[in-house]
Every structure is written in C-alpha cells, then in structure tokens.
Design a protein around this ligand. Structure first.
Ligand SMILES: NC(=O)c1ccc[n+]([C@@H]2O[C@H](COP(=O)([O-])OP(=O)(O)OC[C@H]3O[C@@H](n4cnc5c(N)ncnc54)[C@H](OP(=O)(O)O)[C@@H]3O)[C@@H](O)[C@H]2O)c1
Length: 316
C-alpha cells in the first residue's frame, strides 16, 4: 500500500524534518503542500518535486487520493486544520504541541473520535536513539529505582519577532519549542505526574509568551523531574537520570542530531543516531496500515498541553 500525504506549511520542520525523512520511505509519497502564498507554495513544491501546491486547505483536502496530512503550522492553527482534516476523513500526524489550550485539544479529540481516523502526535524524540536507550534501560530495570531526573533544552527559535514570541499564533514560546519535548519524554518514562512546581519568566524581551520556564514534576511520590525550557540561553541539550546506584547522562539527545552521546555509569554507550522523523513517519504509516495506535496519541497530546498550561498559570 502506498500512502499519499500532504504537508500543511512550508516552514522549517516541513522542509528539514519531514521531507528528508519521507524521501527515505518507499511507500509514502508527498502529493501536495499548503502555503498561504501561491508563489511560495509553487516554488516549494517544485524544489521538492511535490506535484501540487494549494492555498486553500479545503481544496487540498478535496483530493480523493489523499490519505493523510502532516500539520506543520504554528501551534494555534492546529485545531482548525485538524478538525477540517477529520471532517475530510484524512489521517493526521500533528506537530507538537497539539494546540494551545486543553479546551482546544478537547475540540480536536471530539472530531478525531467521530471521524475514526488515525491521529499521530508528533512527539518525534521518542524515536531518537539515545532517548530510546534510556527507555529500554528503565523498562528492563538496568538502572534500578529512579529518584531524580532532569532535562535542559534551549531552542534556536529565539527571534523575539517570530510567531512563537508574539502570542497571536502561539500561547507558549520556550515551552512550545522545547518544554513539550521534555514533558513528553518524562511522561513516556515515568507515567503521569501528579504534582508540579513551576516558574516561568520573560526576562530578556518581555515577551507575552514564556522565554524561560522551569518545572519540577512529582511522579507518583517516587521520582522528581526538573525541566528547564529556554529561548534565551546558549545551546543546551541534555538529560540526566539517577537512581541511588546508577546514572545515565545524555548529551545532544533531543532533535535532529548526529552527535548524540549517552553515558551509562560514566561508560560511553555505542548508539547509532537516526532521524527521529523517519521513525515517527514509519510508525504513523504502520498505525494506518494495521489500524493500531501510533507510539504517541492524542491522549499524550492533551496531557502534554495540560502540563504546559499549568506550568504557565500564575507562575512567577
Ligand atoms: N517536532 C519538532 O522537533 C519540532 C521542531 C520545530 C517545530 N515544530 C512544530 O512544528 C510547527 C511548525 O514549526 P516550524 O518551526 O516549522 O515553523 P515555521 O518555520 O515558522 O513554519 C511554519 C509554516 O506555517 C505556515 N503558516 C501558516 N500560517 C502561518 C502564520 N500565521 N504564521 C506563520 N506561519 C504560518 C507557513 O508556511 P507558508 O508561509 O507557506 O504559509 C510557515 O512556513 C509548530 O507547531 C512547531 O511547534 C516541531
């Protein structure tokens, strides 16, 4: 079976995340792309050998041989695009964060369930080799009872005039760009956190959205996890996991990286970095073909948003 997909958006993640990944998968074809601008869309389509470009999403969704869309637009646009895609009965891979509020996610979920389509939440870091090594170590009890973990991740999307900072197409800045990934990884490792402490500030640009957010999550009164998401610090990309006898330290483990490093009890582990977008699209395709849940679902999407929203509520 060949899967025909459309990219919604012509930005960074569409071009550098999805196109190279899909080009490596034989039975997935990108047949169309959505852009607000006719010329920009056509140029993007020609550059990447995509047959058609659309300005109107309804026209794009009207193509009978389209099976699925990949939502790669700013966060606040996800709700409307997902709902329209559901109503057109297209499967959906939606970029993180799922949306900008819990209510918005609930609106999306109502339509996803009504349509009966496959919805993949694009938490791509679950497919990165280093973070998967840690998941396997936890699941096979190679580290013992973990008591403490922390992650720090800064984004290169640090333009104070970009959509993440301005608040019209987004609700979160640092938390959208990097917090969503770290929350997802710790939920994947440890389950649902029950309590949280948080501080969120915008000390450099006075942005309406968060420039730096730190939160501490309590998982089942057993594990404390600290997360620091930043749009204003120099590059940091790190995770640390500690039990009372062991540690795993990961450097450059989030995102599209070729320089991932994992140290288990100070010993360097041999891992083979892969494009997490490749793994994510293969998983999404398999979910459609076999009619099973993808590795990350809308339940992960809405729980992630619940934590992000709580993290920014009255935090100072
Ligand atoms: N999984 C990851 O690691 C990861 C990494 C980065 C981003 N993301 C997520 O992917 C989504 C897109 O991020 P991105 O970095 O690709 O953003 P981006 O580079 O700014 O691209 C977004 C694209 O959306 C389209 N768009 C439609 N309406 C828009 C509007 N009002 N303002 C700006 N752009 C608009 C634009 O295409 P046209 O100009 O052609 O309309 C634009 O190129 C976000 O939800 C983000 O959180 C995920």
């Amino acid at each position: 079976m060949t899967l025909n997909v459309a990219l919604l958006g012509t930005g960074r993640i569409a071009e550098y995340g999805y196109i190279p990944a899909i080009n490596k998968i034989d039975d997935v074809n990108i047949i169309s792309v959505l852009s607000r601008n006719d010329l920009k869309g056509s140029e993007f389509a020609i550059k990447h050998s995509i047959p058609r470009a659309y300005v109107e999403i309804d026209d794009l969704l009207g193509e009978k041989n389209l099976d699925a869309v990949i939502v790669c637009t700013p966060d606040r646009l996800h709700e409307e695009q997902v709902i329209k895609s559901c109503r057109a009965k297209k499967h959906i891979l939606c970029e993180k964060p799922m949306s900008t509020s819990v209510k918005s996610c609930e609106n999306m979920i109502t339509e996803i369930e009504k349509a009966g389509i496959i919805f993949g939440m694009a938490h791509n870091n679950r497919f990165n080799a280093g973070l998967r090594y840690i998941k396997d170590a936890l699941d096979s009890n190679l580290i013992g009872q973990v008591y403490y973990a922390r992650a720090m991740l800064t984004t290169q999307q640090n333009d104070p005039s970009g959509w993440r900072a301005l608040g019209k197409e987004s609700k979160f800045w640092a938390m959208s760009a990097t917090g969503a990934h770290m929350i997802d990884i710790f939920r994947w490792y440890f389950g649902e956190p029950k309590k949280m402490k948080k501080i969120s500030l915008s000390p450099k640009f006075g942005s309406i959205n968060d420039e730096i957010t730190t939160l501490s999550l309590n998982f089942n009164e057993k594990v404390v996890c600290d997360i620091t998401a930043s749009a204003i610090l120099p590059p940091i990309n790190r995770i640390e996991i500690y039990s009372n006898e062991s540690s795993i330290i990961g450097e450059n483990v989030f995102g599209i990286r070729t320089d991932e490093k994992i140290y288990h009890n100070n010993e360097k582990i041999m891992i083979e970095p892969i494009s997490s977008f490749f793994g994510e699209v293969v998983d999404f395709t398999n979910a459609i073909i076999k009619n099973v849940e993808p590795r990350s679902t809308y339940k992960d999407g809405i729980e992630n948003i619940r934590i992000m929203t709580d993290a920014l509520a009255d935090s100072s």
